[in-house]
Design a protein around this ligand. Structure first.
Ligand code: FES
Length: 176
């Protein structure tokens, strides 16, 4: 009977080793974290956020993003998550409503102002309003009523007046 040390080990021929294929994907950053999307690159960002990453704050807003429920920031600019495919986000940075909260859990001043002004009804439109408000305040630190009224957001619960007050409160450092 042959002992183990007597056996001649034959090395695997190098031409039979097939390296595992590197999975290609789209590298992007969402709320400060790096992700690689290896699925369909034409998937709209909205479904990548909701169905893959389970970031469900961003809402369906119609086929063309009408209503503003699906707004996010891409490299700091307002964008419709429904109409942007993940392929277009390679190397870019996305902020969703979840990303507005500070690392210590503190609400963003705009979120706090919405709470303080009770500017939330059913809440479906709220993430879009919050993102659009952050963008507006970045562009116009003291927005007029007209600036606010030009936001692309809809609210079926009739919160527009309270939203306007909330945005002005946020612009005013949290004071009404
Ligand atoms: Fe319900 Fe705006 S709070 S749609």
């Amino acid at each position: 009977m042959a002992h183990a040390q007597d056996q001649i080990l034959t090395p695997t021929p190098s031409n039979t080793i097939v390296p595992e294929k590197v999975r290609e994907g789209v590298d992007l950053e969402i709320n400060g974290r790096a992700y690689r999307h290896t699925g369909d690159a034409q998937m709209p960002l909205l479904w990548y956020l909701r169905d893959v990453l389970r970031l469900t704050g961003t809402k369906y807003s119609g086929e063309h993003g009408e209503g503003g429920f699906d707004l996010v920031l891409v490299n700091g600019k307002l964008a419709s998550a429904t109409t942007v495919p993940v392929a277009e986000l390679a190397g870019k940075s996305v902020t969703t409503v979840e990303g507005l909260v500070a690392a210590d859990g503190k609400l963003h001043p705009v979120q706090q102002a919405f709470v303080d002004e009770d500017a939330i009804g059913c809440g479906y439109c709220t993430p879009g309003w919050l993102i659009a408000s952050v963008d507006l305040l970045n562009r116009h630190p003291q927005p007029s009523d007209s600036d606010i009224d030009q936001l692309p957001n809809l609210c079926r619960c009739g919160c527009q007046t309270r939203v306007r007050r909330a945005i002005k409160r946020a612009a005013n450092g949290g004071r009404a």
